[in-house]
Design a protein around this ligand. Structure first.
Ligand code: SF4
Length: 198
């Protein structure tokens, strides 16, 4: 099951929490950002999630990489970087980022994206998933995400809002104005690059 069968890619949920305009531009206007440098870098280096990227406390028995997941109940599909089969039968979804974690911690968009994958793992495997790992290759940062109800609610909220966007073709009112500088979609939203904070 895939996009053609009505499932939205998980990446759209991530973009929704960067700026709600992006899924609207993708889904309704059918305009997409060309592959970015970091995407090419990740693909060309064949970056793969390894067991050593896991924090202490999560002991891997087996690591499956590039795991295709489709969840008709959730309405999403996507390829998870890694699904760690840990001791005591625990399933731990993991994502590898080519950026750095820094001091500010993991951004909301990454937390919600990993939560969406966790919910897909639960739907596909019929098991409860309680935590996952974000690994940031630039600075080696590791962040354990606990899939609380609040994060799960944000995933459902994004799916519902994006379905409504497609149905009504109505653009969202929210714009992440603090992120316009450097955003590829500024050519759609503002007719060109935004060089300073609006
Ligand atoms: S340019 Fe600004 S408003 Fe438009 S998608 Fe990017 S962040 Fe959102």
């Amino acid at each position: 099951m895939s996009e053609e069968q009505g499932l939205l890619p998980v990446g759209f949920v991530k973009n929704f929490y960067f700026c709600q305009q992006i899924p609207y531009i993708n889904l309704v206007m059918h305009v997409f950002e060309p592959e970015t440098e970091s995407m090419v870098y990740g693909r060309e280096r064949h970056l793969r999630f390894h067991a050593q990227y896991l924090p202490r406390g999560i002991r891997a028995v087996r690591v499956e990489t590039d795991v295709w997941l489709a969840g008709p109940r959730l309405g999403l599909s996507g390829v998870l970087d890694a699904l760690v089969h840990a001791v005591f039968g625990e399933l731990v979804p993991c994502e590898l980022k080519v950026s750095g974690l820094g001091r500010g911690g993991a951004p909301l968009k990454d937390l919600v994206q990993l939560t969406a994958y966790a919910m897909l793992v639960e739907e596909v495997y019929g098991r409860t998933v309680k935590r996952g790992v974000l690994y940031y290759s630039e600075d080696g940062g590791k962040h354990v995400v606990y899939f609380r109800d609040s994060l799960r609610g944000l995933v459902r909220k994004a799916v519902e809002a994006m379905r409504k966007m497609v149905e009504t073709e109505k653009p969202p009112t929210a714009r992440s104005l603090d992120k316009c500088a450097g955003c590829w979609y500024s050519r759609i939203c503002w007719g060109g690059p935004v060089n300073r904070q609006p």
